[in-house]
Design a protein around this ligand. Sequence first.
Ligand code: LLP
Length: 442
Amino acid sequence: MAIAAPIPSAPDHLAVFAAPERHGLRLVRGVLHVEDVPLAAIAAAAGTPTYIYSSAHISARYDELAAACAGHPTLLCYAVKANSSQAVLRTLAQRGAGADIVSGGELARALAVGIPAGKIVFSGVGKLDVEIDAAISAGIRAINVESAEELERVAVRARALGRIADVTLRLNPDIDPDTHPYLATGLRESKFGVAMAEAEALALRAASLEGLRLVGLSFHIGSQISEAAPFLESAARLRSLVLRLRELGVRLRHIDLGGGLGIAYAGGEPTLDVAAFGAAVTAAARELELELVLEPGRFFVGNAGVLLTRVIGRKRGEARNFVIVDAAMNDLIRPALYGAWHPVVPVDVAAAGRPSHRADVVGPVCESGDFLAQDRLLPWPEPGELLAVLGAGAYGMAMASTYNTRPLPAEVLVRGELMAVTRPRRSIEALLAEERLPEWLR
Ligand code: LLP
């Protein structure tokens, strides 16, 4: 799936208002809601820019995938990096989700919201000793080991702690998942995983090293993938290794196919056929006689999230028009970094009837790369009006920064009629107070 959609011939709201639930929204008597709460009410309570998440949408995505995999023992380990809000994590934990973590910080978050250690897997190409120690001590389900050197290091740490570390080998199946180059991780050239040529020797080493238990094989081939085929092809490339290990008496528990399940950002984009995906990947695991682990991030939360922003002003340039809003690249970096497409719609549905103009939706940050949408047809908004940037639940807040000394956005979780500010906006004073001036500069 191409990550950037083509230049549109129609404003985004036409497709979005026709199927608002795809983006975690509802249109109730002409007013845009997240579940039962009007967006305008959230702006009044929490200000802007603010990320809003729908718990119903997150739960529905989780339940849909869980149901699709129900015929086979499957653990859905939510990739915490996509959105590590504790409220979001708890929402998923309550459904039964495990966690895929990539740092000690994410381990702490997952444990803090009550995800059992036995449902946590730890991926990542550069794990620190302290992080490995914390994972072993917590007793997580598996450390997904990414290199020969790391394997030895995990064994040393486990022996030092007097524990057995459960590990998988993260393999690099050399598969091109047809996605944005920054989002492909299973290619030969990528920094991730162990080459297939080394896999057997390393698996046997893992199985024999004191302090380790080899419990599975894993891979993660990339992100925003809209079909099962690359997952199946990757699993097939592991088949002979699984059989060979079994022959040699190494019995594995699970195969971890990683995350990367794609979502539809623009209105007309195809969506993943979840039932067919679940049937196919569970069949592949069953064939290998292994439990299945998946690590979806974006799939659960991407379209559950809206970035609410307010129009500061407009500018009609010679070559382009600009709508300047109070959210910026520091709040949502995906358009600048990947050329990613997020629908932008007016919150006041009546305003959508106005004539549309082609415009870039830009923030106040001092960079030309600071845009949320480019060359987009948009009902020309008035200053002070609210716009909703959709599909912002994954890799939005998680990648936000305080560039230009802009405090991070607030976060709100909605459930039915309930809404809670789960992360208040930090004040500028609090931001400044995090730093120290050295004595000799005072
Ligand atoms: N497992 C591993 C080992 C990963 O590295 C990732 C994502 C996932 C699971 C979850 O992938 P997902 O299901 O969310 O596609 N910042 C980019 C995405 C980077 C993904 C990095 N790894 C974006 O905004 O599109």
